[in-house]
Ligand binder design. Structure first.
Ligand SMILES: C[S@@+](CC[C@H](N)C(=O)[O-])C[C@H]1O[C@@H](n2cnc3c(N)ncnc32)[C@H](O)[C@@H]1O
Length: 304
């Protein structure tokens, strides 16, 4: 049973699936490749072809469909019937046999359990901040991750989304019903408004969303720490991402560096509406045990 926020958000995505696309643009598998945005290509290159993947909150499923081209097991889950309907139509049209689509509310522990399987890679991008309880959702989806499994969590940033919030304010006050300004605002984020379905999807998602929370890097690092996830890296602003891939380990940012990063993001991430992704790796029980016993050893040797 969806929560009150869940019902609103579900209704919203049933009316306006995201990211949405014109199905007639996809007539063969190569069209998925031709239409893949560059970050999807980087993800595809960064994930082993034998890895099982679950795209949580897959929406209309363009990413999970694309990732399934080279893999045997890719799942896409979402709680919006309309979004899944489009994803299923795409799967059927292109005969994507390794793509599995299922209706799941990620806040519902039982529905998560019923998946009955764990994955090498979890992608959860642009979803948790629309759930009404982002941390509970995060803890739930971790149940689907294998030891040493990889996770990508995309969220709206508290600071970086400020310019978008300002535009939303202008749109509902000064520029209400002004289509030219609307187009210009959406152009600022997606470049053009030629693909009407995509432009509409973005507009709805960014400007008309019934529920979105914003988060900070420090908060996500605490989620990771509390749940045995090792920090890998934060994206964007990585010029060498295509070469080094998304699981390229970097040092955990301290409070100064992450504050500076988020201040810069106010300008740099405006195109993405303040959206950033944190990558992590679930520590295996062995690694956790080894760390514990090392700390114990260290304490004992200090006592001696
Ligand atoms: C902004 S869209 C992101 C779609 C896709 N991940 C992407 O990045 O393009 C958010 C998606 O999360 C789904 N979602 C939100 N809350 C959910 C929940 N509690 N359980 C399952 N899916 C949920 C919505 O239905 C929607 O399709």
């Amino acid at each position: 049973m969806a929560t009150e926020v869940g019902k609103k958000v579900q209704g919203f995505y049933n009316k306006t699936p995201f990211p949405d696309y014109d199905l007639s643009r996809f007539n063969c598998k190569d069209d998925l490749v031709a239409n893949a945005w560059s970050f999807a290509e980087i993800l595809d290159q960064s994930i082993d072809k034998d890895a099982s993947i679950i795209d949580i909150g897959t929406g209309t499923g363009q990413l999970s469909a694309f990732l399934s081209l080279r893999r045997k097991c890719v799942w896409g889950i979402d709680f919006s019937d309309s979004s899944l309907k489009k994803a299923k139509a795409l799967k059927k049209k292109l005969k994507l046999d390794s793509l599995h689509l299922k209706k799941v509310d990620i806040l519902d522990e039982k529905q998560i359990e019923d998946i009955g399987k764990k994955f090498d890679v979890i992608l959860c991008m642009g979803v948790l901040h629309h759930t009404g309880n982002a941390y509970a959702g995060f803890q739930n989806i971790l149940k689907l991750l294998k030891p040493n499994g990889l996770i990508a969590v995309g969220l709206a940033n508290l600071y970086a989304s400020l310019p978008l919030k300002a535009r939303i304010f202008l749109e509902i006050t000064v520029f209400k019903n002004n289509q030219k300004v609307k187009d210009e605002f959406i152009r600022m984020q997606i470049g053009d408004v030629e693909d009407k379905e995509r432009a509409r999807g973005w507009w709805n998602d960014q400007y008309l969303h019934p529920h979105e929370t914003t988060h900070t890097i420090g908060e996500i690092l605490r989620w990771f720490d509390k749940n045995g996830i090792g920090f890998v890296q934060i994206v964007p602003n990585k010029p060498d991402l295509a070469i080094r891939g998304v699981w390229n380990e970097e040092g955990k940012p301290n409070i100064v560096s992450r504050s500076l990063k988020q201040i810069k993001w106010v300008d740099q991430l405006d195109r993405e509406g303040g959206y950033w992704i944190t990558f992590g790796r679930l520590k295996s029980p062995k690694t956790k045990e080894a760390k514990k016993s090392k700390t114990k050893e260290l304490k004992n040797s200090k006592k001696k």
